[in-house]
Write a protein that binds this ligand. Structure first.
Ligand SMILES: [Fe+2]
Ligand SMILES: [Fe+2]
Length: 281
């Protein structure tokens, strides 16, 4: 099976030309399955357009949401459109319309290969302890003049209250466990938006970057995938640093496009070429 992997295409920031170039790149690879591991766009119209543009480029396409895909403006939040609404109602509807398998909603078996997945959520397990940021900074998302914007735009509400992020992370982690139990396949591909393994992190010295590291991953997601002998490939996004590693039995791939400002002046065609990994399993 030929699997094309990409994530973090941020179409609302990178523009339609990047999407066109990406679609052409995926089409040229002739994959059986395209795995899109989150951070497509915050505006739902743009998100749907991206799914519709990419869908014909592969025989099948699977998606998990990224944190930016469940963001909503505070005005929309006030009208009840919180991150749960985006994740569990609006994104499944868009995927249905586009003919894309929404792994956050349910696993799928394609040609005998199981695909499971979740947005997942950061649980601070990969935070930089040596930074010495107080626990309260991780609660507010503010440290040293920097603000992690999930705290503003990704609000998970239930019965009028914010659900603590630790609870969100645990709930989505259990969904992944449940999908692995449910999926009936000898080989499985596990997809999360959140980073799964510490080795997928890129360390930088800037204090702001070191603070943000707390909001990048959830170590138990990797542990769960690595513990299931059927999982041959795991895919994540969220970090905009690509990696391709062998971790025990499984191959762990992250192949993000990232923001235009991170392309270091490369033209769109060159940036998208680096952003799509082709994995054969
Ligand atoms: Fe991203
Ligand atoms: Fe992200």
């Amino acid at each position: 099976m030929r699997i094309a992997v990409t994530s973090d295409i941020h179409v609302d920031k990178n523009g339609p030309r990047a999407l066109e170039a990406l679609a052409a790149r995926v089409r040229a690879l002739e994959p059986d399955v395209l795995v899109l591991a989150g951070d497509v766009a915050t505006p739902l119209t743009t998100l749907l357009e991206a799914l519709l543009a990419l869908r014909p480029c592969a025989r099948e396409m699977v998606f998990v949401a990224g944190n930016h895909d469940v963001w909503s403006h505070p005005l929309a939040q006030a009208q009840g459109v919180d991150a749960w609404t985006r994740l569990d109602r609006l994104l499944p509807a868009l995927c249905l319309e586009a003919g894309v398998h929404d792994l956050d909603a349910s696993p799928v078996v394609i040609d005998g290969v199981g695909f499971v997945g979740t947005l997942g959520w950061w649980d601070l397990s990969m935070r930089d302890e040596a930074l010495g940021a107080p626990a309260s900074a991780y609660v507010t998302g503010e440290f040293g003049g920097l603000r992690w914007m999930d705290h503003v735009f990704a609000r998970f509400r239930r019965e009028g209250e914010d659900v603590p992020y630790a609870v969100v992370a645990a709930e989505l982690r259990e969904r992944l466990r449940g999908q692995l139990r449910a999926v009936n396949a000898d080989r499985v591909v596990g997809v999360t938006h959140m980073v799964q393994f510490d080795s997928q992190l890129v360390h930088k010295s800037h204090p702001g970057w070191r603070f943000c590291q707390g909001f990048i991953g959830h170590r138990a997601l990797g542990d769960i995938l690595a513990a299931d002998e059927r999982v041959v490939l795991s895919v994540c996004g969220h970090t905009h640093s690509p990696s391709d590693q062998q971790i025990g039995r499984l191959r762990a791939v992250c192949s993000p496009l990232g923001y235009r400002s991170e392309w270091l002046g490369r033209p769109d065609v060159e940036a998208v070429e680096r952003a799509v990994a082709l994995v054969e399993i």
